[in-house]
Unconditional design. Structure first.
Length: 187
């Protein structure tokens, strides 16, 4: 995303989308892509095309339907995207580029509040309600513990499972048979 468009998104998201749509359209129209064109250039063209499809779809929606989640809609590939894909033989990575471009577009125009709900960049995020200091510290500590468990996914569980197997499979101590254990007396 262009720096000027990024600044415009902070004040008017829809106008920034219109500007990006125009810039991407000019880029696509002025780009000549062949089978032997550099892959990076092909990816840039596919990205611009995919972003334009989502932007066009979003801007054509009724104003009441223009929510951050409607930017996430998984649109089918346009005819022009298909045509370019098969023209240059880029069927394997073109799908990945489309999905990545759509996701990045969603992230470029939205930000999350404290509840991880997405809002447009020109909207003010709701403030998190104040908690008492004790509850705040407790919940922050609990959040850190859960985030560590989440970040390291199953490592603590694997370590615990490994220790359980180790202690259950290790041979237990069995005393040698002596006269005392059989009820006899040794001389």
């Amino acid at each position: 995303m262009d720096g000027a468009i990024l600044e415009l998104t902070k004040t008017d998201v829809r106008e920034a989308m219109r500007k990006e749509l125009q810039m991407n359209q000019l880029f696509v129209e002025n780009s000549v892509v062949y089978r032997n064109s550099p892959r990076l250039f092909k990816i840039q063209v596919f990205t611009a095309m995919a972003r334009n499809e989502v932007l066009r779809h979003f801007l054509n929606l009724d104003t009441s339907m223009q929510t951050p989640n409607s930017l996430k809609s998984d649109l089918p590939m346009s005819e022009a995207y298909h045509h370019l894909m098969y023209k240059i033989g880029a069927t394997s990575y073109a799908h990945h580029v489309k999905v990545k471009a759509e996701h990045q577009l969603f992230l470029d125009y939205t930000h999350a509040d404290y509840k991880r709900k997405r809002h447009f960049l020109d909207e003010v995020l709701p403030e998190q309600p104040k908690l008492s200091k004790i509850w705040g510290a407790f919940l922050n500590g609990l959040g850190v513990v859960f985030s560590i468990i989440y970040d390291y996914r199953g490592i603590p569980l694997l370590v615990g499972f490994g220790l359980l197997i180790y202690f259950n499979s290790s041979p237990s101590y069995t005393p040698s048979h002596s006269g005392f254990s059989k009820g006899g007396i040794l001389h």
